[in-house]
Write a protein that binds this ligand. Structure first.
Ligand SMILES: Cc1cc2nc3c(=O)[nH]c(=O)nc-3n(C[C@H](O)[C@H](O)[C@H](O)COP(=O)(O)OP(=O)(O)OC[C@H]3O[C@@H](n4cnc5c(N)ncnc54)[C@H](O)[C@@H]3O)c2cc1C
Length: 437
């Protein structure tokens, strides 16, 4: 399903490691390994440099569906794409989806992913009734649910507590394959400033199930486009996504990826949406949730050296001042970003010790192949996020320092204690290596 190398993360630019495919009846490897889904994480949480990656995507069966309760039992290599395509015709959809459907259930659990409905639904892990986990130090698989310590360690546990074999997920009933969508502009020349305008729009949209914004971080006024949507009926042909015909056949050359191109792209994107503003329309479910899935291998647009995504969240109180300060800092340091997304999380608690979402506002920026100046600016941004009481998302990371990680996720040592002794990742060694002593 991944059009590129299965041994690369989505951000690219990394060395492959040894791989091993896990199938039914397989034993876990007897040497250090890391479970792996579809590698849609951007950085090194899904890498195990010098060790084995245990590919799990072949265990992808949907095992049973309880129609009365809307509960699906499936293998952990099943993708959100498989689940949505199979069950949407029966009136069911996933309760939480990230911005791509090409992720496995195991990967979605291990990063406790969030979606455009976090303000009303919380994170993916909240919809897990139970899961089964295989560890190298226990002879049979364990069945875990909400009260088990290992359950809270495994949700958002970055794959470190064992191989998730199966999960039972609570799905949601939907009226059909349509989304009623409304598009609004914010910031720009008008209003109180982009973030304040965004927050006001977000506050008046609480009755909408899905909300998200795109933001032009290179614009001083932080202009942007706000999308809100809710499920509705739609024609039967929308029950399945349009086949992905577009494919980026080559890596973009490095010279295309500078600040000027980012400015031009952002201006065009804003202008295109200004035509649709305040319009209500009914669109298929797929482009609303997964616009980037329409282009196979879109990550090649960032060239052979790849890119990272910088995603942080800061608490609700103070977000109005903190976010413009962080974005101004990155803009002044010359960090170019094309696709930046802004989303306000709700206060429903995430079940995992290391879950990323918290009550507040999150911003995610794509940064093409960051050089040393960009990295320094991002390190400084980390400190601003930490001082504000926020955190940076490990699923998108390839650079945060051990000291920052410890400030963002103070329960890291509990996860270290619950870690399967044979499992580790490049991320985990990088962020905990010099802290364990
Ligand atoms: C275009 C795009 C948009 C995205 N949008 C969002 C978004 O809106 N919100 C969000 O939260 N994330 C988002 N992401 C990130 C993505 O949802 C997560 O990184 C997700 O975890 C990837 O799942 P995967 O199956 O590819 O797992 P991988 O990336 O392969 O692995 C992720 C982690 O899961 C662990 N893991 C995988 N399978 C198992 C298993 N069976 N047992 C135990 N551990 C396992 C791995 O060890 C690793 O730590 C986006 C990514 C892309 C490319």
């Amino acid at each position: 399903m991944n059009p590129l190398s299965l041994d690369q993360p989505w951000g690219r630019g990394y060395r492959p490691t040894h791989t091993h495919a896990f199938a039914d009846g397989s034993q876990l490897p007897s040497t250090p390994f890391l479970p792996r889904g579809l590698g849609r994480s951007y950085g090194d949480v899904c890498l195990n440099d010098g060790g084995t990656l245990l590919h799990n995507f072949r265990r992808d069966r949907l095992l049973a569906f309880d129609h009365a309760r809307g509960v699906l039992r499936c293998e952990s290599g099943a993708t959100l794409a498989d689940i949505a395509q199979t069950l949407l015709p029966r009136g069911w959809f996933l309760p939480v989806v990230p911005g791509t459907r090409f992720v496995t259930v195991g990967g979605a659990l291990a990063n406790d992913v969030h979606g455009k409905n976090h303000h009303v639904a919380g994170s993916f892990g909240r919809f897990v009734e139970s899961l089964s986990l295989m560890r190298s130090d226990v002879s049979s698989s364990l069945t875990l649910s909400g009260d088990d310590t290992l359950y809270s360690a495994t949700i958002g546990g970055l794959g470190l507590t064992g191989l998730i074999l199966e999960a039972s997920l609570r799905l949601k009933a939907v009226p059909g394959p349509g989304i009623e969508q409304e598009v609004r502009l914010f910031g720009g020349e008008r209003g109180a400033g982009g973030i304040a305008d965004y927050l006001a729009l977000d506050a008046e949209s609480k009755t909408w199930e899905y909300t998200v914004g795109w933001i032009d971080t290179l614009d001083r006024n932080l202009r942007g486009v706000f999308f809100r949507g809710r499920h509705c009926e739609g024609p039967d042909e929308w029950l399945v996504p349009q086949p992905t015909r577009l494919m980026l056949p080559i890596d973009a050359p490095q010279w295309v990826l500078g600040r000027c191109s980012a400015r031009a792209f952002n201006a065009l994107y804003y202008r295109l949406h200004s035509i649709k503003t305040a319009q209500r329309s009914v669109i298929p479910i797929w482009p609303f949730f997964f616009p980037l899935d329409a282009v196979n291998g879109w990550n090649r647009a960032y060239g052979r050296r790849g890119f990272i995504q910088y995603q942080f969240v800061v608490p609700t109180v103070g977000a109005r001042e903190t976010i413009p300060r962080i974005l101004a800092h990155l803009r002044e340091a010359g960090v170019a970003s094309y696709l930046a997304v802004i989303k306000t999380f709700g206060d429903l608690p995430s079940p995992g010790w290391l879950s990323f979402p918290m009550a507040g506002t999150t911003v995610a920026l794509d940064v093409p192949a960051p050089g040393s100046d960009d990295r320094r600016a991002l390190d400084e941004a980390d400190a601003m996020v930490a001082d504000a009481g926020g955190r940076v998302y490990p699923a998108k990371d390839a650079r945060m320092s051990p000291a920052m990680f410890r400030r963002f996720f103070p329960r890291w040592h509990e996860l270290e204690a619950a870690r399967d002794p044979l499992i580790s990742s490049s991320f985990w060694r990088r962020v905990t290596g010099d802290l364990k002593a």
